[in-house]
Design a protein around this ligand. Structure first.
Ligand SMILES: [Zn+2]
Length: 706
């Protein structure tokens, strides 16, 4: 549910516009990365005007490399074909990394114009490679050669991946079909860009202005401060502004006593991309779904979902649906209980209301207080962003023997970004770099995510990884600590889990390094890390009161532990409804879809509790419409969480969360192997058996029978 891993532009990307190779000689974005640690990204040399010529020159360079591979008179073998591809595309990877960082964290209007132009061209470039017949013939020859058996396991898997990815991208189609496929991919790339830019526009242009003390009723001081700071950036002096992003809206819905304003804020947020006018995404969605359905048919699959899931751990949409349906009913049953608790409380207060979606978070907090005597605001003073960062470092030290040292000798994309060197505690060996970009700013995507700037590999000598964690905390006043919520802290651990997945990578070939695993497996390491936040070791050492420095009291920890399954009905249904809509949209085939009607009818069929709205309504569902990546794949978080809950059981059954032997198995079979082994096999090697769903149901407090 938390946010995603950005894959730097696969290895195969983007064209046919070699003509304009001017101005590239001095383009610093094309240069090898210089500096310490095997070179670092030259963020200080980026100018937006350099992106287009750099991308063009880098694409042209990669096409030349491929020409060299296909022109080789020697018979195709692993080394001269597959390994050659693994060695290639380096310049484009470097440029794409910088381009991607700007896209996710500093997308100014000037940048967005470049993005609109380049997205379809990068898609076309991708196709130009996968549709290169001479290249595919060589890959196929290596794949089918009896010599394949002599390759090591990683080489065999890389060969299989290259081959299957080419076939899945249409390498076997006839010329007409290939041409149509490439048109579809270019159209889709343009639509994805438009979709994302529309959501960003509605999150930026719309906000709720609070004008009086009366309108602030119920809001804690931290929220008032953030709203006052937001008012300054929005040039609304003397007011308080609630931004149209999750990190502003959720706390407002939780604390505002003003039901009318809660409804207003809720409507603004859930209608992003659905307001008619120039930023409306409905027509774009219809078009995307049609094109995806047509593409799946061209490629020989019944639906887009079948195509997407083929190489996932679930393998077939039916298996993903089965899991979602098994969890759906108990989760809905729990929601009805939660709503009954809230309604009872509202009645007791003589509120004279019926619980509506904009009441859920508000009454949920009241019930939490009533049932567990736990106030979320009591936790916050103990959750200092920087202390928790030290906490995640400590956990990484315990589990993986990592040490983190701040470095200042590398360029950053924005002054808020800080960098740490990661080394092995015992051998002092350099492992990688970790960039941390914690604060919200204009042009930065909302949410939190991990991104790899460079992956670990050793195909041409030892290359260490560079990873980053990104989030949208509101920057505090100078000298004041940033206090974060329990949910935010969980997200921090989650994203750091992705980073550790990258940092532990120990493979030879870059295409299978770190987080380059199946979509429904990639959230497993990250969700697993979330479990360490609530360990007493972390809370006692790092959950320190920002004024007194005292650790969080045991009594408060006990309350947190007792309430662990509180509100799991809401959290599960909010997420799962979105995952089900995603899958059903992509199982619908080429039926022309009106997103609004489809969403409404699907939810009615599912028996969606009317007090909850989808975590991502269709017109703003960036996971599935900003690229192909999580399309028909939002179920992945639940799929991975089955593994997560079951895997944490291995620690519980052992000596606890810091059991060194279990951690070593985790490193060996899960965190270090990237995509060099089949995930189901890797999991079995770690756990000694296949995953079971029981631990997940228990973690969420559901009875499997209800
Ligand atoms: Zn994640």
């Amino acid at each position: 549910m938390r946010d995603f891993v950005i894959r730097s532009f696969a290895l195969l990307l983007a064209t046919a516009m070699i003509a304009n190779a001017m101005n590239t000689d001095n383009n610093p974005l094309l240069a090898q990365w210089e500096g310490p640690y095997g070179g670092v990204p030259p963020f200080d040399r980026v100018q937006i005007a350099l992106f287009k010529p750099a991308l063009e020159a880098a694409m042209a360079e990669q096409l030349k490399e491929i020409e060299q591979i296909t022109a080789n008179p020697a018979a195709p073998n692993f080394e001269n074909t597959i390994a050659a591809l693994e060695r290639g595309g380096r310049t484009l990877n470097r440029v794409a990394t910088l381009y991607g960082v700007w896209g996710a964290t500093m997308a100014s209007p000037e940048y967005q114009a470049v993005q609109r132009e380049m997205a379809p061209r990068l898609a076309a470039f991708d196709d130009q490679i996968t549709q290169n017949e001479a290249l595919f013939k060589r890959i196929e020859a290596v794949y089918n050669s009896p010599d394949k058996a002599k390759l090591n396991a990683e080489q065999q898997r890389v060969t299989w991946l290259r081959y299957t990815n080419f076939v899945r991208a249409g390498a076997r189609l006839n010329a007409d079909a290939k041409k149509r496929l490439s048109q579809i991919n270019q159209q889709l790339a343009g639509l994805y860009t438009k979709f994302s830019q529309n959501v960003l526009a509605e999150e930026t242009d719309q906000f709720l202005v609070l004008k009086s003390e009366d309108e602030l009723a119920g809001l804690p001081q931290s929220l008032r401060d953030a709203a006052a700071a937001a008012a300054e950036t929005k040039k609304q002096p003397g007011t308080w502004v609630i931004m149209n992003t999750r990190s502003s809206i959720d706390p407002f819905l939780t604390y505002s006593d003003r039901r009318d304003l809660r409804e207003k804020a809720w409507r603004m947020f859930v209608n992003r991309g659905d307001n008619g006018g120039e930023h409306d995404n409905n027509a774009i969605i219809t078009e995307i779904l049609q094109l995806r359905a047509e593409r799946a048919k061209l490629l020989g699959y019944p639906t887009h979902a079948h195509w997407r899931l083929e190489n996932s751990m679930a393998k077939r949409p039916e298996r993903a649906m089965q899991l979602m349906e098994a969890v759906w009913k108990p989760a809905v049953a729990r929601v009805h209980e939660e709503v009954a608790d809230m309604q009872a409380l509202a009645d007791k207060e003589a509120a004279k209301i019926k619980i509506e979606p904009w009441d859920y978070r508000y009454y949920m907090e009241k019930v939490r207080k009533a049932k567990y005597d736990l106030d979320q605001n009591e936790i916050k003073p103990y959750f200092q962003l920087e202390k928790l960062r030290e906490g995640i470092f400590w956990v990484a030290g315990e589990l993986f023997n990592f040490n983190f040292t701040p470095v200042t000798n590398v360029p950053v994309a924005h002054p808020d970004v800080r960098v740490w060197e990661v080394t092995d505690k015992t051998t002092k060996k350099h492992i990688g770099l970790w960039y941390f970009d914690p604060y919200a700013r204009a042009g930065k995507r909302s949410g939190a995510w991990m991104n790899a700037y460079r992956v670990q590999e050793r195909v041409n000598g030892e290359i260490t990884t560079i990873v980053s964690n990104n989030s949208n905390f509101v920057k505090g006043k100078p000298g004041e600590p940033v206090l974060i919520s329990w949910d935010d802290a969980t997200t921090m651990f989650h994203e750091f889990g992705h980073a550790l997945h990258g940092l532990n990578s120990n493979v030879t070939y870059p295409s299978v390094a770190g987080t380059a695993v199946a979509r429904d497996y990639v959230e497993f390491p990250s969700q697993l890390l979330e479990h360490w936040l609530s360990t007493p070791e972390v809370l006692q050492r790092f959950a320190l009161h920002y004024q007194t420095g005292k650790p969080i009291p045991q009594e408060l920890i006990n309350k947190i532990t007792r309430s662990a399954t509180f509100n799991q009905g809401f959290a599960t249904v909010e997420y799962l409804s979105a995952a089900l809509v995603d899958m059903k949209l992509h199982l619908a085939g080429d039926k022309k879809i009106d997103p609004d009607v489809f969403e409404r009818e699907t939810l009615a069929e599912l028996g969606m509790p009317k007090e909850i709205v989808l975590r991502h309504r269709t017109p703003q569902f960036l996971h599935i419409f900003s690229s192909d990546s999580y399309s028909a794949g939002y179920y992945s978080y639940l799929w991975s969480d089955v593994l997560t809950a079951d895997a944490f059981g291995a620690f519980v059954e052992g000596k606890g969360p810091y059991d060194r032997a279990v951690a070593e198995r985790l490193r060996k079979y899960i965190f270090s192997v990237g995509n060099t082994v089949d995930p189901a096999e890797g999991y079995r090697a770690f756990r000694g058996r296949d995953p079971k769903i029981d631990a997940l149901m228990k973690k969420r407090g559901f009875s499997p029978k209800s």
